[in-house]
Design a protein around this ligand. Structure first.
Ligand code: PGA
Length: 256
């Protein structure tokens, strides 16, 4: 019942893959396959591909996302891209706090919060990633950890702004490993995340927020994961690089 209050969102996270020409080609392949999708379809591409991707998606319902943004609007931040720049490039969504950013590029809950705020200030939709390592799962701190990640990331975010936030639960041990969380494991943590949102904003807001699962979701396992009561979509890495696989996940979301 609550699931009907929420928009299913399938987002591809291409990570550091595809040149602009390859990006245009892949989006052209995806276009006809998702033309009748009722869920939201987003592809999050490398910065350098944004222009080509936005052009290839023109006139379709496919939305273009980036994979990060800086918290300042401009300034001396070599190598960074700001939220206004993304907006000007036709971007509607931005992934923030992906575990690869946290692990390899020093992102903290604090910088994730600043980036979330900047993206929301610019009118963008945020895909906020949270999730535990295998060690943290073994230690039994998964629930507290994801609740804390959510709480800090959303610090200062208003109830109105929350409508533009999607939360992606991505257990680090499942990302790119082929080792998916079971549907029950994934759903349980998505429910914890919904509870954390309820504690901050109340149950009405919590019932409306889209929560994705990410981590080795593919054409085979998507249907089971997406049929879970608290899983409203997916953030897809590897399988989003193949048009038929990505489209099969979109179809599964439409049925989920
Ligand atoms: P994966 O990546 O689907 O390749 O595991 C998911 C992600 O990192 O968003």
């Amino acid at each position: 019942m609550n699931k009907q209050l929420r928009k299913a969102v399938i987002a591809g996270n291409w990570k550091m893959n595809n040149t602009p020409a390859e990006a245009a080609h892949l989006i052209e392949e995806i276009r006809p396959l998702v033309a009748n999708a009722s869920c939201d379809v987003v592809v999050c591409v490398p910065f350098i591909d944004l222009h080509a991707a936005a052009k290839a998606a023109q006139g379709t319902t496919i939305r273009i996302g980036a994979q990060n943004c800086h918290w300042a609007q401009n300034g001396a931040f070599t190598g960074e891209i700001s939220a206004p720049m993304l907006r000007a490039a036709g971007v509607t969504h931005v992934i923030i706090g992906h575990s690869e950013r946290r692990t390899y590029f020093g992102e903290t809950n604090g910088t994730v919060n600043r980036r979330v705020r900047a993206a929301l200030d610019e009118g963008l939709n945020v895909i906020l990633c949270v999730g535990e390592s295998s060690e943290q799962r073994r230690q039994g701190v998964t629930d507290e950890l994801v609740a804390m990640q959510v709480k800090i990331a959303l610090d200062g975010v208003t109830e109105a702004e929350l409508q533009r936030v999607i939360i992606a639960y991505e257990p680090i041990w499942a990302i790119g490993t082929g080792k998916t969380a079971t549907a029950q494991q994934a759903n349980a943590v998505c429910a914890v995340i919904r509870g954390a949102v309820a504690a901050l904003y109340g149950t009405d807001c919590a019932n409306k927020i889209t929560i994705q699962y990410g981590g080795s979701m593919n054409a085979q396992n998507a249907a089971e994961l997406l049929s879970q009561p608290d899983i409203d979509g997916g953030l897809i890495g590897g399988a989003s690089l193949k048009a038929p696989d990505f489209a099969a996940i979109v179809t599964a979301a439409d049925k989920g």
